[in-house]
Each structure stands twice: as structure tokens, then as C-alpha cells.
Write a protein that binds this ligand. Structure first.
Ligand code: 1PR
Length: 550
């Protein structure tokens, strides 16, 4: 098998990149010291997390001269995500930390006053000068997850000889990929961008992308993207969620509850078994799911460190599913069966190494938020959210919220943030607040969703997975009031969850709220609708969706 070298400079969730490279017919050889860079013919710099963290690691380990020498020697080089950012001079994320300066200019942050940041999801990488640059296609979508970007200015990089592909988020057009000579860099993750991303990776690995570029170099200033007319490229994200737990026979199965009760209504009350996790994840990927989420729903009872089957599920899934994978359940500091203390960060690391791109934290986030308010909103850096987001970036940390309605007669009948509800309470109450729960809804706390989501945003969570116990498994549509309340409270993206029963419910939630993504479970597991049908429906209604490329 031909080889490609991958720089291993920081603990990162690069398993999916390795899988994508192997799927493309190449073998990965790790570069673990600056001296080993010289052995590399083709070199990939994966980027994880924070610009300053990445560059200071590279710098202190002595990699920067070796990387520059590799690029200057004309050997193939690819940077991914922060690996693209590292090529620029600097970033507002850490202005005192210089980049590799292969490209001039400074990265800045997306404006979060009118849209969620990080920018998470499937967007364009369009290059008018070279529309098929490294296998890119104008109608394909690519998976991005980042808060900082290089703002696109027509002609600026083109006149330096770079071919530039762009995406547009809100009104901001940014650099999605750049290429010149032996260098390719993508802000998006090709390894998480399905078949469209694998095409880009292959064009780098087999040299066809660089060859085509040398035969048709970019035209310069006249050929760039007209950012004034660039259209928003972000699509509506549709996520398939698999609740996984051990059934009474001891096998890990996909299950689904009604308002979190996953046992059959029949006399034996056995755990509802809807299928095998790895096979179902693959099925949803092939139906066009933009992400797949696994929630290990009974993990609060078991020690997750011993939970090797869940790691195995991730490993196997990430070999065939090339969209982002999230894993939740049991991510908190814990004590293993032999008494060894294991931190939430160590557990998350195991999941990342097994193929997860994001981890989702439930109960532990509620406890951390309560302490945050008790301590006067001071952060000490010791929570699971802070530690994992520091090591892997905010985008890698999702907080899964399991709220329950508490009905009140009047808007100001409680200290909590209330909404006027469309589903009045048992005594005709017109208002409710959403109480956070822990342990899969078994314990309700005196903390509302606004308090929780604002606290975890301050701690560094990158996204909220917003369930609703009242709606879960009801097929009656999402809780629009809840979603609107949370979206108004925070700037990070929100995934609407619970209640989806047909494609129309997905259209409704995207139409009636500003949610960033929507998730379904039961309607897919029971085979009532496919992910494809949901996306077709959204497309027919005029919403942008990513088409699955087989
Ligand atoms: O608390 O960090 O160990 O995490 C436990 C995780 O397990 C949490 O994310 C929590 O939401 C989840 N969980 C715990 N118990 C259950 C249960 O169902 N008994 N499932 C559970 C949560 C909710 C959604 C579901 C949507 C969509 N599942 O993910 O898939 O509600 O369903 P629908 O479209 O069929 O309505 P920790």
C-alpha cells in the first residue's frame, strides 16, 4: 500500500482521518518528531482545536522549520481545519502566536451577533477559477466546524497564485480551501464530508489534484468569487440519533423510549430492541444523515471505562460512516471498578480515539452548572466541559439537555424563565418553565434550561442537543417554544430534538425557529420515514439540504 505521513503533534480525534485515508487505499505512517518530517513524501497536518494550542505545540516541539522545509522542497502537503489556519500569519484566536506564514494575513472570528458560532455543518467550497480543484464540485457540500476563518477578499490570494474555494455563512464569505503548487489546505474536514470529501482526499493522495492545478493555474484577480453576490451555503442539518443500551440478554441494542421509558408495554416489560447500532448507523449514513449520534442511555449506572462494547461500536461505525459521529453517556469523572480514578477527559479521549468527533455530556453538565451559579459564576477550569473543550476545542463538546415542563399559572409565578405554552398544563396552566433533569430524566433539578445552557456556553460547550421529555417519542412535532427560548438565550448552535414524527415536523422546526439542526430517532428506527424522505421534503419546500453522494 502507498504511504502518507500524518503529523502526530497533539492528542486529537484523528481516527476518522486515518479511516478515510485507509479507505482511499493508503497506509498511514505517523510523524512523531521534527526529524521524521524529512522521511515524508506526502504529509498531512491535521488540525484540532485551538490555533494557539496547535501552533505552540508545533513550535515548542520544533516542527515549524521542518514543515517549512517540506513545503519549500515542493513535496505534497495538506493541512486540514486548523491545519489550514496554521498556514496563515496569525489568528485573532491567539494573536501573539505566529503561524507558518505560507499565506499572508490574519484569521478572525465569525460575527455571532446574528448567527450561531461555531459554524457547524455542511457548506460550499466553490472555486470559480478551478471548479474541480482537487475533486471539489460546485454542487457538493463539505463539513465545516470552526469559529475562526480567513475572510475572503476577491483577488487577494489569487494574485499571489493561490486557487481559492469559498463558503458563505450568513453574510460572511470565507476561505474554504486553498491550493498552490504542492500545497492543499481545507478548512472543512474531508474525512467527515462523505464521498465528496473522500474525493478531495484521494486527489491529494494520488497527486491528480496537484497535476490538474499545474496544467490550469488560477487566472488571478479576475477569476475570484464575487463575495458581494455569494449565497449562504450552509444546509439544514438532519441528524439521526441512536439511543443504545444493554438489553435483558446483555447485548447492546438500539432502543427508543416514549418519554424516556424504553421498556415494552407488554407484560414482560423487556427493553425495546430496534436493531444493531453499527448497521443502523451505516443505513442512516447511506440515507444521507448529516451526522449520527449515539447516546449510551444507561451509562450513569455502569462504569463507562469498562464499557468496551461502546468503543467497539464507534470503531466499527467510523470505518464506514464518513460524517461526524457524536457519543454521549457517562462522560464525567468516575472511579473504575478497580478503584482507579478516571477523568471525564480521559473517557472522552478514549471515545475520540475510537472514532468520535464530538462527545455529549448530560447529567454532569447539570451538576457543573449548579456549582457555577453557587460559586458566583466563577470558572476554575476543572469541569469536564472546560477540560475537554480546552484539549479538543469547543466544537467537540455537546451538552445534551433533558428538560421537563413545569407548568405555572402565570408568567411570573416562579423565579425561572417561563414561556407561554401551546400545550396548557393539567389545570389549564398557560405557562411553563423547563426544568433540567439528570440520570435520563429520573431526577428533576431546580435549574432551568436558560440557566443551564448559558452556564455551559460560558464553560466552553460548542453545541446544545436540546431534547424534551414531554415530546420524546410522541411523534407530535418538536417543542417550538422550548427551542425558541434556548436559541434566544445563547450564541452556540442548537440541535432540536424530541417529537419528530414526519418530514413536515422537520420543516416546521426550521421554519418556525432559528434552530441550527434537527434530530430524529423513533420515526427512522421504526422505518416510517427515511432520512432521505425528510431531506427531499425540506428541499421541495425550498430549504437547502445536502444531497447524499453515493
Ligand atoms: O447523563 O451524561 O450519562 O448522558 C446520558 C444521555 O442519555 C443523555 O444524553 C440523555 O439524553 C440520554 N438518555 C438517558 N435516558 C434516556 C432514555 O430515553 N431513557 N435518551 C436517554 C435520550 C433522547 C433523544 C431522542 C430524542 C428523539 N434520548 O436523543 O433520541 O428525544 O426521539 P424521537 O425523535 O423519537 O422523539 P449522561
Amino acid at each position: 500500500m502507498p504511504k502518507v505521513h500524518l503529523l502526530d503533534y497533539v492528542a486529537g480525534n484523528v481516527r476518522s482521518l486515518v479511516n478515510a485515508i485507509e479507505k482511499s487505499g493508503y497506509e498511514v505512517e505517523w510523524v512523531r518528531s521534527p526529524e521524521e518530517v524529512a522521511n515524508a513524501e506526502k504529509l498531512i497536518l491535521p488540525g484540532v482545536g485551538h490555533f494557539g494550542h496547535c501552533l505552540s505545540q508545533l513550535s515548542s516541539a520544533g516542527y515549524l522549520p521542518a514543515l517549512r522545509a517540506h513545503i519549500d522542497a515542493g513535496k505534497p502537503f495538506m493541512g486540514i481545519c486548523v491545519g489550514l489556519q496554521a498556514l496563515f500569519s496569525t489568528s485573532a484566536e491567539n494573536p501573539s502566536c505566529p503561524g507558518l506564514c505560507v499565506l499572508p494575513g490574519a484569521l478572525d472570528r465569525f460575527d455571532d451577533s446574528v448567527k450561531a458560532v461555531p459554524h457547524i455543518g455542511w457548506n460550499n467550497a466553490s472555486c470559480p477559477t478551478n471548479p474541480t480543484l482537487y475533486g471539489l464540485r460546485p454542487d457538493s457540500k463539505y463539513y465545516y466546524v470552526h469559529s475562526y476563518k480567513y475572510p475572503y477578499r476577491k483577488g487577494e490570494l489569487e494574485q499571489l497564485g493561490w486557487a481559492v474555494a469559498t463558503g458563505t455563512y450568513g453574510s460572511e464569505t470565507f476561505v474554504g480551501a486553498v491550493a498552490k503548487g504542492n500545497v492543499l489546505a481545507t478548512q472543512f474536514h474531508p474525512e467527515k464530508s462523505g464521498v465528496a470529501g473522500l474525493r478531495v482526499l484521494r486527489a491529494f493522495l494520488d497527486g491528480s489534484g496537484a497535476k490538474a492545478l499545474s496544467e490550469k493555474p488560477p487566472k488571478g484577480v479576475d477569476g475570484g468569487v464575487d463575495e458581494m453576490i455569494a449565497q449562504e451555503g450552509l444546509t439544514r442539518r438532519v441528524i439521526a440519533c441512536l439511543d443504545v443500551r444493554t438489553n435483558d440478554q446483555g447485548d447492546l441494542v438500539v432502543t427508543k423510549g416514549d418519554q424516556y421509558d424504553v421498556r415494552e408495554k407488554s407484560d414482560d416489560r423487556s427493553v425495546r430492541n430496534l436493531g444493531k447500532p453499527v448497521e443502523m448507523a451505516k443505513k442512516y449514513y447511506e440515507q444521507g444523515a448529516d451526522e449520527v449520534t449515539f447516546l449510551n442511555i444507561t451509562s450513569f449506572r455502569d462504569c463507562p471505562v469498562a464499557d468496551l462494547p461502546m468503543l467497539e461500536i464507534l470503531r466499527k461505525t467510523s470505518e464506514t460512516v464518513f460524517v461526524p459521529l457524536t457519543i454521549g453517556g457517562g462522560i464525567r469523572d468516575t472511579v473504575d471498578v478497580d478503584g482507579t480514578k478516571v477523568s471525564a477527559l480521559e473517557i472522552a479521549t478514549m471515545y475520540f480515539k475510537s472514532g468520535a468527533d464530538k462527545v455529549s455530556i448530560g447529567s454532569d453538565a447539570v451538576i457543573a452548572a449548579e456549582e457555577y451559579y453557587r460559586g458566583g459564576k466563577v470558572l476554575y477550569g476543572n469541569t469536564a466541559i472546560e477540560q475537554i473543550s480546552k484539549a479538543y476545542g469547543n466544537q467537540a463538546v455537546v451538552v445534551s439537555v433533558d428538560p421537563k415542563r413545569v407548568y405555572v399559572p402565570k408568567q411570573d409565578a416562579t423565579r425561572h424563565a417561563t414561556v407561554k405554552t401551546k400545550s396548557p398544563g393539567p389545570k389549564g396552566e398557560e405557562y411553563c418553565w423547563y426544568a433540567c433533569t439528570i440520570k435520563g430524566g429520573r431526577e428533576t433539578r431546580d435549574l432551568d434550561v436558560v440557566e443551564l445552557t448559558q452556564a455551559v456556553e460560558a464553560m466552553g460547550a460548542g453545541e446544545i442537543l436540546l431534547n424534551c421529555i414531554d415530546k420524546d417519542g410522541t411523534n407530535s412535532g418538536f417543542d417550538l417554544g422550548l427551542i425558541t427560548q434556548v436559541k434566544e438565550a445563547i450564541r452556540i448552535p442548537v440541535i432540536a430534538s424530541s417529537g419528530a414524527g414526519n418530514p413536515g415536523h422537520f420543516f416546521e422546526v426550521f421554519q418556525e425557529t432559528t434552530t441550527d439542526a434537527a434530530l430524529g430517532a423513533g420515526m427512522f428506527h421504526r422505518g416510517e420515514y427515511t432520512v432521505q424522505q425528510v431531506k427531499d421534503h425540506l428541499g421541495e419546500k425550498g430549504l437547502a439540504v445536502r444531497k447524499f453522494e453515493g
